[in-house]
Ligand binder design. Structure first.
Ligand code: ADP
Length: 178
């Protein structure tokens, strides 16, 4: 599903964040050490190859809400923006930290003049953030940032399950009817 808002194309798909060749940058749901680990981070490091961790190592550790940029190596993208989401029930306030993740990622993308960007559902896997709560934070945050965005032309949300796809599509439909 696609929707254009203020000249930015939003797209919601079910898919794998490591297989998004049309995007200049993809976002990693990172851990503090920026190491491979599981979930999205494991998949991104595996697909990018060992040079990614070499670049990541000196940038770690990062704090919840923080984001850092690296090259994407063997991924079909130019950059990876690694963002550390909050661990639900531990890093507080969770919604503020999750919002900071998306804000800081968009800020880096703008600074680097990145035109297209793909997000996974940060914090909603191993970090336990309920997806139906996270999706509200995601859309509220991104929509609030739109007026400051000049370079980004496409934002794609790449979801791993039918349930998450449905949650995101429902949000996008709500926005499209105002
Ligand atoms: P976190 O540690 O921030 O919770 P995870 O990587 O555990 O991050 O999961 C975040 C979300 O990404 C979950 O919904 C998970 O199912 C999903 N996910 C896992 N692997 C991939 C992938 N390769 N592409 C897109 N989404 C993925």
């Amino acid at each position: 599903m696609k929707l254009t808002i203020q000249n930015i194309e939003f797209e919601v798909v079910k898919g794998d964040i490591t297989a998004q060749p049309g995007l200049e940058a993809v976002v990693n749901a990172a851990n503090a050490e920026l190491s491979p680990g599981g979930g999205v981070a494991g998949a991104i490091h595996k697909a990018a190859g060992p040079d990614l961790y070499k670049e990541c190592k000196p940038l770690a550790p990062i704090q919840p809400g923080e984001a850092v940029l690296t090259n994407a190596y063997q991924l079909p993208n130019k950059y990876v923006i690694h963002c550390l989401g909050p661990v639900y029930g531990q890093d507080k306030p969770e919604s503020e930290l999750l919002a900071a993740c998306y804000r800081n990622t968009l800020k880096i993308a703008e600074e680097m003049e990145i035109t297209s960007l793909g997000f996974p559902a940060i914090s909603t896997g191993i970090f336990g953030y309920p997806a139906e709560l996270a999706v509200d934070v995601v859309f509220n945050t991104v929509l609030a940032e739109l007026s400051g965005i000049e370079k980004i032309k496409k934002i794609k949300f790449v979801l791993f399950s039918d349930k998450d796809l449905h949650l995101y599509e429902t949000q996008l439909k709500k926005i499209s009817v105002g």
